[in-house]
Design a protein around this ligand. Sequence first.
Ligand SMILES: C[S@@+](CC[C@H](N)C(=O)[O-])C[C@H]1O[C@@H](n2cnc3c(N)ncnc32)[C@H](O)[C@@H]1O
Length: 214
Amino acid sequence: MTADINTPGFWDAAYREDRDNWDMGTPTPVFVDLLERMEMDFRPLGGPDFSSLGRAPRVLIPCSGRGYDALLFAERGWEVTAVDFSAEPLQWLEAERSRRGLDVRVLQEDMFALGGERSPQYDLVLEYTCVCAIEPARRTEFLAFAARVLPPGGALLALLFPVDGRPGGPPFSIDVDTFKQEAARAFALVHESIPDTSVKPRRGKERLLLFTKS
Ligand SMILES: C[S@@+](CC[C@H](N)C(=O)[O-])C[C@H]1O[C@@H](n2cnc3c(N)ncnc32)[C@H](O)[C@@H]1O
């Protein structure tokens, strides 16, 4: 029997059996580009200037997998929390974080359970290949979780993939207009673009959205 995608078992097996073809093995080029051009100042996109906080900005990376983006943000001075409920990729992340001497908080948890008593505690939630990995019916729940862990003015940076209307999943295609409508309950959209820095096989199939929490 195939395990349910709502459980770590499904993802553990995919990692163990080398069916992790979403794993690029490198940080996401779109985020590398944004960090290089903007450092922590996302005002050119309509977002916050994280450098003005007077402390390291805090980013939460749900569905981190092996966490190449977690390592990228940590290298750039962010206080990073990576969360994934599968133990497999987190072992790699923990070892790599330690090898590079980087401070990344690695949580093995179901992201939907986050955001209880200590929320809101992050300045930015970074979404990539997370929304497409959960059941489409749970996207509203994902947005509610992101809203829970952010203060008003906090940012949700979503690089939605795939947006090409492909059937089946995971990855489940994301209808951008529906996602924006659902997000509007808690977030204001401040930027939208089709990035030209996507990895080649994903070029034109990704949409970059920056929201701030209302
Ligand atoms: C398609 S993979 C993407 C991983 C990573 N973002 C990347 O691009 O390499 C989806 C990841 O989401 C994790 N995941 C799925 N549902 C989750 C949940 N409810 N809580 C935490 N992690 C979850 C899986 O374990 C898997 O590592």
